[in-house]
Design a protein around this ligand. Structure first.
Ligand SMILES: [Cu+2]
Length: 185
């Protein structure tokens, strides 16, 4: 009888301990999400926007002539890009330093990753959906932009580049181009 009661007590104690561990893990994850959101400005998509991946190249926002960086009337810039097996278009994105940059990107085929090193940009490009991220690059620099979501046999070769140039140099580019990239320079 006593042995019975003992094992019940042990079981109850173990259950409480494991319960505490799982609540601790949940709290740690909630803390991480809040920290990243507040400290690094990484937020979930504010709204869901869809796009037909079969007609990306034919009509709409992501036709080839609309890809690249656009200067907006309010002084910010918008970057539009596509990921496809196994490259990004444009392959080299040019943006001004110390300026609000809104990136709008999607995939033409499978899920790709979209990450810019040393920045808060880290998302997925999902066919059918537009990923929007707002960021700012403090100073001129060059950054790598690897696809970090395994997307097929050529995944390891899927890299883009970001070139952050100073505002004056960007304004010069913007004076005679509607959409800018650094591929042809
Ligand atoms: Cu990829």
């Amino acid at each position: 009888m006593t042995e019975h009661a003992d094992s019940a007590t042990v079981a109850a104690r173990m259950e409480r301990r494991w319960g505490t561990v799982s609540i601790g893990i949940i709290l740690a994850l909630v803390f991480m999400a809040a920290y990243i959101g507040v400290h690094q400005g990484v937020m979930p998509q504010p709204r869901v926007e869809t796009v037909d991946p079969r007609t990306l190249h034919i009509a709409g926002e992501f036709i080839e002539s609309n890809l690249g960086t656009a200067a907006e009337p309010d002084g910010s810039v918008t970057v539009r890009a596509i990921g496809q097996q196994y490259s990004f278009t444009p392959q080299c994105i040019v943006v001004p330093a110390d300026t609000q940059v809104t990136i709008r990107a999607t995939s033409a085929d499978v899920i790709h990753g979209f990450l810019i090193e040393h920045s808060n940009v880290n998302t997925m490009l999902v066919p059918g959906y537009i990923s929007t991220i707002v960021t700012r690059f403090p100073a001129p620099s060059e950054r790598l932009m690897p696809c970090h979501e395994f997307c097929g046999a050529g995944h390891e070769g899927m890299w883009g580049r970001i070139k952050v140039i100073n505002k004056a140099a960007f304004a010069k580019l913007a004076a005679d181009q509607r959409r800018m990239t650094c591929v042809a320079q």
